[in-house]
Design a protein around this ligand. Sequence first.
Ligand code: M6R
Length: 606
Amino acid sequence: MCGIVGILGTKAVATDLVDALRRLEYRGYDSAGIATVENGHLERRRAEGKLRNLETRLLTEPLTGRTGIGHTRWATHGRPVERNAHPHMSDRVSVVHNGIIENYRDLKAELTARGHTFETDTDTEAVVHLVTDGMQQGLGPIEAVRAALGRLEGAFALGIIFAGHDDLMIAARQGSPLALGHGTGEMYLGSDAIALAPFTDTITYLEEGDWAVLRRTGAEIYDRAGARVERPLVKAVASALLVDKGNHRHFMAKEIHEQPEVISHTLANYLDMAAGTVNFPPLGIDLASVSRVTISACGTAYYAGLVGKYWIERIARIPVEIDTASEFRYREPPLSPGGLSLFVSQSGETADTLATLRYCKANGQRIASIVNVRTSTIARESHAVLPTLAGPEIGVASTKAFTCQLSVLACLAIALGRARGTIDAAQEAELVKALTEIPRLISTVLRNEDEYEKLAHELSKARDVLYLGRGTSYPLALEGALKLKEISYIHAEGYGAGELKHGPIALIDENVPVVVIAPEDELFEKTMSNMQEVAARGGQIILVSDAESSKVGCRLATHIRVPKAHPFATPLLYAVPIQLIAYHTAVFMGTDVDQPRNLAKSVTVE
Ligand code: M6R
């Protein structure tokens, strides 16, 4: 949930540490800090808030060491103030940490009793004192870390440097991702390879339980049991150039506008558009024999999965169980052997999704993951990986990853339907054509952004906004509400349109905008009836639909006209207006669109 970096360099590393941290700000931005070995001593600079505050601090209080670690924080234990900002340190050791040390209270009590003084509210500080304690007992740095790791419970990625050791850094990974970068006479450490993109594309990913001793000449890696292990060197695909806003004001805007291209790219990976067929990679399971599918994910990825449930049940006639990963993992549902479990994740590192994957794997399921980061832990622990080809998504609010996830799920539903014989070749061709048209239709939506700017003025005055939809538009209503609340901070809720009368209708008055997502499909008339119920109570209706206004039958505050699409493919198309509604409202309100408060892009803690 936080981002960590480390550099064993040949010149002062502070500037490069900050550069690497900038690429990790998507993981959290409550505070930032770096520590370096300065003439044998440890020195650090920390600042509350965004990385730019740290940069300002470094202008007046520079660090010159060639060995350093850095951290950008998403607060879990302790408020986001400078005192709790990483790196944490003693006079001997400095630590950056991503994850949660679950037994830190016990360790703190034990170490306090042994004379250590804790200065922060963080769990991480227990690691500092544990390693320091070992060194005070006469252990060398490597032995002290080895001993400390054996005492830590929970999930962590650690970067550790030591006073008096200019050519030493220790990295450890348990439950949180960590990559080592190999330079020429330099070594790097990062929560992901993107952080290291300006310095090297030669990467080693640590595996679960690994820890590594880094020196400028390379790294020695050990597994959980302490045995020396070799991990492969890989060429990272992450390019420094990809992490750029281009001509856009925000990454989110850039990523919304990339959708025609990245959806085409993703669809091309799973479809033969000319032949009108799905060209699905083998999942290591006979698709014809799949009798039950389980889907688990979090946030926006969960809503993509929910659309997938509608598609798979409708097209392939297979029952689909879906749950948010944070509930699924502790519910421990019974799973019959041989089932297919699907995990949807942009980052591939979401802790709850990963835990659910491991549960399903241990219970005999075939594991397939729809991930955007192919080198991620979820991808590596899956039997089959179904990549989304969205490219790096930097805006915290997920946009292009969502529509690419939908693209893969749509193709999977068709593949399952064909394998089971619930659709024939002509129906397959019709559905493939429907998907193929989507990138062009999205481009049309993106040409009409002015209407969203006008709508943003109105929505920005609202305290609450409701989103309604039926069928596959119901998950979109949930996603629309999530998008609006996470970047504009306006309270929003999504409901199945038919559910409104069972309670939420009590919220409706003339101050409550209601966004109705209603493609002209078989459920259109039903949704229109629910919309009339809102209109009768004075709600301001914002209709997102391809239907003619004349078919609506009540006064609309706004009608966002969407091009006609095949009903099967509408979730991909209607995702874009709801993204634009949230984006322009947030821009109008002046919030931090790409890094909204309290959030982080990759949630690697429970
Ligand atoms: O990386 P993941 O797709 O697993 O992340 C899941 C959620 O944390 C993510 O979709 C989150 O809800 C986004 N901020 C939504 O915009």
